[in-house]
Design a protein around this ligand. Structure first.
Ligand code: X2X
Length: 336
């Protein structure tokens, strides 16, 4: 029996109750996709993408359900990139520098000391430089959403000694993400870099496999790296962002209208996440100091000069090619 009385039907007219009667019952989603990322659940990347997934479910009337897997739960970044390519995972946020193992030019925003400030970062990444990288990503069977999420300007931490000058990096055992640019840059400083996925960083620091690492403040905080590090040197040595990546076949399987909703909502959340990181950058200096990290100020010009001296800029100009380099320089000025 339909639980609507004849009296109620008569009282309200037909249209409304009939819609209610015909509405499909709650049912399983038509598309259940996995989104993986490497940060803790307290990081704005997790919070804002989870909000996007909820809005997408609502706006598609439950047709598209995206389950968020934080903390490298589905595997390290290197593993998850393979899963994204095979379609085992449909969505993944990844640093362009790590993605460069598949799409070399995606590392270009990580060139040391390239972006002076966010006033240079977003116009470049939302503009020509980002478009160039997204074009190359598309050629490799992946789809990059228009708006990148912020990871941030990276700072060096250490458990053994404060890094004050480039000389202090000589022989320093530092963890870097799995990426030729990261290894190349710290080799150029004369450090001793080890490539380790983020999922292993806390334990690598705790067990002293490495003495230091480098990451933005929001990652150092949400990853609780302050528990296993003593000093934080404010170097701002590179800017790093997360591309929101999709398996192309999974995107194309969505009806066009749903695909537009998915894009709209993840792009919108990227802007929210950028604002969160900006706020954290302002608050975390004192926040992390209160948690025991000793802040060390540095002269970034000295670090940049050390890279230049080592031939870092000319080497990477050669690797990225004149066109991509010119696109970067158009955004940040001459890097010579
Ligand atoms: O692996 C890292 O250091 C992190 C969290 O910053 C990236 O995803 C590149």
């Amino acid at each position: 029996m339909i639980p609507i009385s004849r009296r109620a039907l008569l009282a309200t007219g037909c249209a409304l109750p009939l819609v209610a009667i015909n509405r499909r019952p709650a049912h399983a989603a038509e598309f259940t996709y996995k989104y993986a990322h490497n940060t803790a659940t307290t990081h704005p990347l997790h919070i804002r993408t989870t909000e996007a997934a909820a809005r997408i479910k609502q706006a598609t009337s439950g047709r598209v359900e995206i389950n968020v897997f934080p903390n490298s739960q589905l595997g390290s970044d290197t593993d998850t990139l393979s899963q994204l390519r095979s379609g085992a995972v449909e969505f993944f946020t990844l640093s362009g520098l790590i993605l460069s193992t598949l799409v070399p030019v995606a590392a270009i925003n990580g060139i040391g000391f390239a972006f002076k400030d966010y006033g240079q970062v977003w116009p470049a990444m939302d503009g020509k430089l980002g478009a160039l990288v997204r074009g190359e990503i598309a050629k490799r069977g992946l789809y990059a959403f228009e708006r990148q999420y912020d990871n941030g300007y990276r700072q060096i931490t250490s458990s053994t000694k404060p890094i004050k000058s480039p000389e202090d990096l000589k022989g320093f055992k530092i963890r870097v993400p799995v990426s030729p640019l990261w290894t190349g840059m710290f080799t150029a400083f004369g450090a001793s870099p080890t490539s380790i996925n983020f999922s292993e960083v806390y334990s690598a620091l705790q067990t002293k496999i490495v003495d230091g690492q480098e990451n933005p403040l929001a990652i150092i905080d949400s990853g609780k790296l302050y528990e296993v590090q003593k000093y934080l040197s404010v170097t701002n040595h590179m800017w790093d962002g997360f591309w929101f990546l999709a398996n192309k076949r999974a995107m194309e399987a969505l009806p066009e209208a749903d695909r537009a909703i998915v894009e709209r909502e993840f792009n919108k959340s990227a802007l929210d996440e950028r604002a969160d990181i900006a706020a954290l950058n302002a608050s975390l200096q004192s926040g992390l100091a209160a948690k025991g990290l000793q802040f060390v100020n540095t002269d970034p010009a000295a670090f940049r000069a050390a890279l230049k001296q080592a031939g870092f800029y000319s080497e990477w100009r050669g690797k990225f090619g004149a066109d991509a380099w010119a696109t970067l320089e158009a955004a940040v000025g001459s890097l010579a």
